[in-house]
Structures are given as structure tokens and as C-alpha cells.
Design a protein around this ligand. Structure first.
Ligand code: COA
Length: 392
């Protein structure tokens, strides 16, 4: 049975702040952010973009009317949910006009849950040959102004359509997951921002990767040369690289090291200009890799998913010949390039207005072609969304 990613798209809000400007404002050497952490720009979300509107904006362009009839489950993976009870996927299901006899749920385990959603979709589809599952990873990473985690914030959503006979990536039956109880990053329900032990979170990420790689290679007998490239969860671009280097040891040939490190750079192209989007980070990296790296038919990609707390998973996907036709590099590059740059002061305003729920639609709605849906208001705890250009 061949199940995998048939369609793949993302949405990033239309604002960013430069990491060099942010470093200067915080009296930190810019190279710490641009080289030490490996980030160039950080996506900033306006109050009018929450995980729901970003999810709709990510999925809207790729779904046909036929897809909407075939989708039998919508899963939103997030760690910045807007409700303790109601799943974000219900609003998304409604705004996308997906047929009503569908399951809608929300999944949580820090940055890992989109992978759980994909594996759930794969199992769900195994006895439903004509059905599809929409998986949306949508998050707003916020650590607070002037906090240690501030340079690793970001916002965005990735949408994936999982189906039989996929046209992008077949998900192979080789996944290995690993759970360990660690307090590296978590957000108690009372807290606006996460509690983070930055150094421990880096170590826990690397430990998870090493433990899984040992187990995965033992079970599958695969080695580095079975893969054209690796794709990592990317809270910041230096993180995946640090973990990857631990297995590119002295007894690995230079040609293999160089090949895999070059591909790694292709995989973090977009993430470098976006920042951390938590659940979507690994899959934004996959899009970056597919749109910036040259592959040959049927080559394999190894993916490492990680969510603090902590759950990790390694699995692989095989490229489907002709996958490039299912991508939209030009549109994606334009979405990233046409964003508006904010000064640090403006970013701080956006940040504080978000915390206080103060809408400023005049400043936030930029009429860009990628932001189709936005959050217009919240009245009586009910969220009201509108389509740009269809305000009545
Ligand atoms: N030029 C180049 N590199 C520099 C530098 C400079 N002037 N100054 C510092 N650096 C490097 C450091 O050597 C370090 O690199 P290394 O990890 O390879 O040693 C890197 O920049 C970061 O410095 P560090 O001192 O670790 O930064 P920090 O204490 O501010 O913490 C994070 C960085 C990422 C841990 C912090 O932003 C955070 O907690 N983020 C949220 C949690 C997270 O994303 N965890 C990831 C795992 S999920």
C-alpha cells in the first residue's frame, strides 16, 4: 500500500523583523543570531493571524473541490491552540468547505505532533483507499520580548494532503519513535509564554536524535548513503546542523559529509528567513529541500521530528517521480520576499498588541495575495473570520 504526501503548501504572515536589527536593539553581536543561531529574518504575526486563519491560508490554494469531497479527517497539530476544548480544525473544516462527514481533531506534543498526525493519517487511510486526510501544522512561537528565546520566535502554517498514490513523497513503513520525560521546554496552562531551559533543550534534541538514529539504523540496516538528504525539525537552523554533525563523524567519507551538509543548507533556506514555526518547522524544511535541492527519481529522504518534553521520531520518505510539478517555488519565494519589514519598535508594538488582543486591521491588512483569510474580531469568545476583499 502506497500512502504519503500528495500536496504540500505553507503560509507565513506578511511581516518580519531582521535578526541583525533585533540583535543590535538587544545589544548583542548580530553574528550570534545570524551565525551562532543561524537565522536571518523572523516572521511576526499580526493579531489578525491566529493558528486557524494561518491554517486556512496554507491549505486554501492547494485543495480542489474533489479533494474537499474526499477528505474524511482534518487534523490540526499545534502547541499554540486558541481553545482548551474546541479543536481548531473545526473552524478550518468549515472555512474550507470540506464535506460534513469528516472527523476533526487537534493534536498536541510540542513541535512533534504534526508527525503524529501524519502517522495517524497513514493508519487511518490504510483501509480507506479513496479517502484523504488534511493535516495542518500551525503555530505562533513566542517567548517574550527581551527573553532568551526571543531570537527563536516565528509564525506560520504548513498544510499537507495525505492520500493513497501520493504525488510528492511516499511514507515508508520504517518509523521509530522515542519518548523520554524531560523538562526542557513546556508551557503550563496558566502561562502566556513557555518555560525553557535553553541549554537542556539543545541537549535533549541531540540525545533524541542520536538515540533514534542508533535504533533506526539497527532496525532498518540503513546507513547515511541510503539517503540523498536529511530533514530536521528546525527551531533555528543551527540546531539541526549541530545534531547532524554528531553522526557525520571522522569515519564518514568527506564526499558523504559534503553531500549531506550541502543538502542540509537547501533544507533550511526558508526556515532561516522565517524562524521557528514549531509543529510546521520540519515540514517547512521539507518544502525548502524539495524546492531548492536537485533530486533523482525515487531517492530517499530521512526525516527527524522532535517535540520537547520529549518525543522524537525518525522515518523516511521516497520521492515520487514528477514531484516537482506538485510544488510552487515561485509563489513561495514571492510570499517570503514580498513581506513587509518591521522596525524593532514596530515588532514590539505587534507583540504587545497580540498579548492584549488589540486589533489594528488598518495596519495589519496589507492586501497581499497570500493572506486570504484573517481574524476580524473576537466577540463573546467567538472568533469571527473574514476573507480579504469580501468584508461584508
Ligand atoms: N558569533 C558567532 N556565534 C556566536 C556569537 C558570535 N558573536 N556569540 C554566540 N555565538 C554562538 C554560541 O557559541 C552558540 O553556538 P553553539 O551552540 O554552537 O555553541 C550559539 O551562538 C548560541 O549561543 P548560546 O549562548 O547558546 O545562546 P543563548 O544562551 O542565548 O540560547 C537558545 C540560545 C537557542 C538556546 C535560546 O534562544 C532558546 O532557549 N530558544 C528556545 C528553545 C529552543 O529553540 N530550543 C531548541 C531545541 S527544541
Amino acid at each position: 500500500m502506497i500512502i504519503g504526501i500528495d500536496k504540500l503548501d505553507f503560509y507565513i504572515p506578511n511581516f518580519y523583523v531582521s535578526m541583525t536589527d533585533l540583535a543590535k536593539a538587544r545589544q548583542i553581536e548580530p553574528e550570534k543570531f545570524t551565525i551562532g543561531i543561524g537565522q536571518t529574518k523572523m516572521a511576526v504575526n499580526p493579531v489578525s493571524q491566529d493558528i486557524i486563519s494561518m491554517g486556512v491560508n496554507a491549505a486554501q490554494n492547494m485543495l480542489t473541490e474533489e479533494d474537499k469531497k474526499d477528505i474524511e479527517m482534518v487534523v490540526v497539530a499545534t502547541e499554540s491552540g486558541v481553545d482548551h476544548s474546541k479543536a481548531a480544525s473545526i473552524e478550518i473544516h468549515s472555512m474550507l468547505n470540506i464535506q460534513p462527514f469528516a472527523r476533526c481533531i487537534e493534536m498536541k506534543e510540542a513541535c512533534y505532533s504534526a508527525t503524529a498526525a501524519i502517522q495517524l493519517a497513514k493508519d487511518f487511510l490504510s483501509n480507506r483507499p479513496d479517502k484523504k486526510v488534511l493535516v495542518i501544522a500551525s503555530d505562533i512561537a513566542r517567548y517574550g520580548l527581551n527573553s532568551g528565546g526571543e531570537p527563536t520566535q516565528g509564525a506560520g502554517a504548513v498544510a499537507m494532503l495525505i492520500s493513497h498514490n501520493p504525488r510528492i513523497l511516499t511514507l515508508n513503513d520504517d518509523s521509530v519513535a522515542h519518548t523520554t520525560n524531560v523538562y526542557d521546554f513546556w508551557r503550563p496552562t496558566s502561562e502566556k509564554y513557555p518555560v525553557v531551559d535553553g541549554a537542556l533543550s539543545k541537549d535533549a534534541y541531540i540525545d533524541s536524535f542520536n538515540t533514534l538514529w542508533n535504533e533506526y539504523t539497527k532496525r532498518t540496516k540503513y546507513g547515511l548513503n541510503d539517503f540523498e538528504s536529511f530533514c530536521f525539525h528546525v527551531p533555528f537552523t543551527k540546531m539541526g546542523q549541530k545534531a547532524f554533525k554528531t553522526i557525520l563523524s571522522e569515519n564518514v567519507e568527506d564526499s558523504t559529509k559534503n553531500r549531506l551538509m550541502d543538502a542540509y543548507q537547501d533544507s533550511v533556506n526558508y526556515n532561516r528567513d522565517v524562524g521557528n514555526i514549531y509543529t510546521g518547522s520540519l515540514y517547512l524544511s521539507l518544502i525548502s529541500l524539495l524546492e531548492n535541492h536537485e533530486f533523482q527519481d525515487d531517492q530517499k529522504i530521512c526525516l527527524f521530528s522532535y517535540g520537547s518534553g520529549a518525543v522524537g521520531e525518525i522515518f523516511s520518505g521516497s520521492l515520487v517521480p514528477g514531484y516537482e510539478k506538485m510544488l510552487d517555488k515561485e509563489r513561495h519565494l514571492d510570499m517570503l520576499k514580498s513581506r513587509k519589514e518591521l522596525t524593532v519598535e514596530e515588532y514590539e508594538h505587534f507583540f504587545n498588541r497580540f498579548d492584549n488582543g488589540e486589533f489594528d486591521l488598518e495596519q495589519e491588512l496589507t492586501q497581499d495575495p497570500y493572506t486570504k483569510v484573517y481574524l476580524d474580531s473576537i466577540e463573546g469568545h467567538i472568533r469571527n473570520y473574514k476573507q480579504q476583499g469580501n468584508e461584508s
